[in-house]
Design a protein around this ligand. Sequence first.
Ligand code: PLP
Length: 233
Amino acid sequence: MENIAERLKSTQASIQRSTQEANRRLNSVKLLAVSKTKPVSDIVQAYEAGQRLFGENYVQEALDKIKTLASHTDIEWHFIGPLQSNKSRLVAENFDWVHTVDRIKIARRLSEQRSVRRTLNLCIQVNIDQDENKSGVAVSELDSLASAIQSLPNLTLRGLMTIPMANQSEQAMLASFTKMQDLFKDLQSRYPDIDTLSMGMSGDMQQAIRCGSTMVRVGTGIFGPRPNKQEKI
Ligand SMILES: *Cc1c(COP(=O)(O)O)cnc(C)c1O
């Protein structure tokens, strides 16, 4: 079996290939390595192979890893799991990014609780397929949430994030990604500093890159399969 460094390399190569095929600028797609359920030693292997952006879904598990790796000050930690209000302080104090904001209440708490000098980077999660099993704001509520977040201190709105419905046809998936691309461009026209469209995972990153993704979140492709797949995201 390939090791983490080799899988990381082939994931990067595949991102580059998709970026070129889409006639997009080289290095316009960042790779977020999703290390949820994986041990610190796996993160260290990826780190030693050059990876710096890591994504985690579960607050307590993530905090343990962040503490253990505190001397690795150039790691950028991204929270990509569902966020409950009672955990917002821990996220505000320990992460660099949150991809999964879908309520003004959470954004307000993150803003109030951010004690670190640098602002917390946020993406709004959009429930693009109106999937009742998924978090995310409805498209109709996106504009008002974005403008509310823009007015909060200690936060920087960076863009949008989505997880399309599982098991749909490739055509339906591309349609969802294209809708996200349109929403992203529209938001960017009003807020020119917005630069992040977080979409695409191990199984669909090629299609996401074709539709303008600027950050793919890859777990299985780098760290191998996770033990239980009954996670709710
Ligand atoms: C787990 C997870 C991923 C990574 O999924 P893979 O299919 O293992 O690449 C990406 N994004 C989110 C929000 C996740 O929860």
